[in-house]
Each structure stands twice: as structure tokens, then as C-alpha cells.
Design a protein around this ligand. Structure first.
Ligand SMILES: [Zn+2]
Length: 149
């Protein structure tokens, strides 16, 4: 599978999140062998959990399934630029590469705001690839928020 098809699965998770009334963001964690070991969408409302962002949901699922506290060599795909909390979680998990879709100038913490991976205190920074399927990811978010107004 290519990076594009992993992002397709993240987009599926984002659509499923929208269907549950959650902000449509989806994420998948991929093993060094190319296997999907964790996937999820935002669940903050459903779980009454402010930390249940798509990335955290996918990371928790992957770590639980593998019995690992860190995921060196694993990649994470997410439809939206991660917030500072999720960026820090990826750093702690030693994620190898981060692929994300849409930019998030308002709440992002990678290219915007806190820029978590650029700090000297950040002990591990993944390689970052942005703009993957960004048009689809952005359209999902725009439609979701337009429907709520
Ligand atoms: Zn987040």
C-alpha cells in the first residue's frame, strides 16, 4: 500500500467520526512492515474525554494490541495537522514518520503554534510530511462545521 492509501483509511475514520457527531479527524498507525496496527477517529464527545483525539485513539489501540509502550519505526497518518498534545504523544511514542493532510493554523502544533517538534526539549521528532490528501481532509472539516451553523 502507498502512503496515499493509508491516508484513505484515515479519511474513512474521519468520515465515521463525522457520522458520530465528532469533529471529522481520522488517524492510522502503520508498522514497519506496512500493516495497520491502530486506527481511529475523534471520540471526545462519545467518550467524554478531551484527550480522545484521533491520533491518541490510534496510538492507544496500536500500543495495546502490540503490548508496547513505544512504537519506534512505526508511522502515523492523520487527516489534520496534529495539536500540541498529539504531537507530544507521537514524540513520546517515538513515531518514525508523521504524514498529515490539512493544515490547522488555529489548533495545530507542528507547523503552527507550539511547533512541538522544533523545541530543544523535544527528545524525538518524527520526519514530517504534510499536505497528503489535504483537499479531501479540509472539505470534510468545512462541510462538518458548515452543517453545524
Ligand atoms: Zn490532538
Amino acid at each position: 500500500m502507498s502512503f496515499r492509501s493509508y491516508m484513505e483509511i484515515a479519511l474513512e475514520e474521519a468520515r465515521a467520526a463525522a457520522a458520530r457527531g465528532e469533529v471529522p479527524v481520522g488517524a492510522v498507525v502503520v508498522s514497519p512492515e506496512g500493516e495497520i496496527v491502530g486506527r481511529g477517529g475523534n471520540r471526545t464527545r462519545e467518550d467524554n474525554d478531551p484527550t480522545a483525539h484521533a491520533e491518541i485513539v490510534a496510538l492507544r489501540q496500536a500500543c495495546a494490541a502490540l503490548g508496547l509502550e513505544r512504537l519506534p519505526g512505526y508511522d502515523l497518518y492523520v487527516t489534520l495537522e496534529p495539536c500540541p498534545m498529539c504531537a507530544a504523544a507521537m514524540s513520546n511514542a517515538r513515531i518514525r514518520r508523521l504524514y498529515y493532510g490539512a493544515e490547522d493554523p488555529k489548533s495545530g502544533g507542528v507547523a503552527h503554534g507550539a511547533k512541538v517538534f522544533s523545541h530543544a526539549q523535544c527528545h524525538h521528532a518524527p520526519e514530517v510530511y504534510d499536505g497528503i490528501a489535504a483537499v479531501e481532509a479540509e472539505a470534510l472539516l468545512k462541510n462538518f462545521f458548515a452543517a453545524r451553523r
